[in-house]
Design a protein. Structure first.
Length: 153
């Protein structure tokens, strides 16, 4: 991959703020004419710097604003066990994020549901039954102080 210059980085920053920005507006904001800006965007996409474009939605309006973080400890951390856990956790739609950690637990999961009752169901019926799970510990989010939506302004 080529090294990114200030124009490439500016394009990425602007697209992170607004993925629906017109090429004309984008080129104006980054200080390039339209055609070179389009060429750079296409190259950034082809080289994998830009993975795609998404819509940020109001999760409260969709009634999925209950968030909990779950520490998960496995009974086995050999490659086969980790792969089995990874594959299984990807199948749970309520798991918004899953990160393997270097800590006194093995994974940190971000779970999003509509309320505590549905979270308890997800924890009891889905997360706790994942391969090699031996222990979980839940941390409930009381308030979103900084999230992706807060970076948009």
């Amino acid at each position: 991959m080529d090294k990114l210059d200030k124009f490439d980085l500016a394009i990425i920053r602007e697209l992170q703020k607004n993925g629906r920005i017109t090429v004309t507006e984008l080129s104006s904001r980054v200080g390039l004419s339209k055609t070179p800006c389009q060429i750079r965007m296409k190259r950034l996409e082809e080289q994998g710097y830009i993975l795609g474009y998404i819509a940020l939605v109001d999760l409260k309006k969709l009634n999925v604003n209950y968030v909990a973080f779950v520490q998960v400890t496995l009974s086995d951390t050999r490659t086969q066990a980790l792969n089995a856990f990874n594959e299984a956790v990807r199948q749970i739609p309520e798991v918004e994020q899953c990160h393997m950690t270097a800590a006194n637990f093995d994974y940190l999961l971000k779970i999003r549901t509509s309320d505590m009752e549905s979270y308890r169901t997800v924890l009891g019926e889905k997360i706790s039954s994942l391969p090699h799970v031996t222990n979980t510990s839940t941390f409930v989010v009381m308030e979103d102080v900084k999230d992706i939506e807060s970076r948009l302004g």
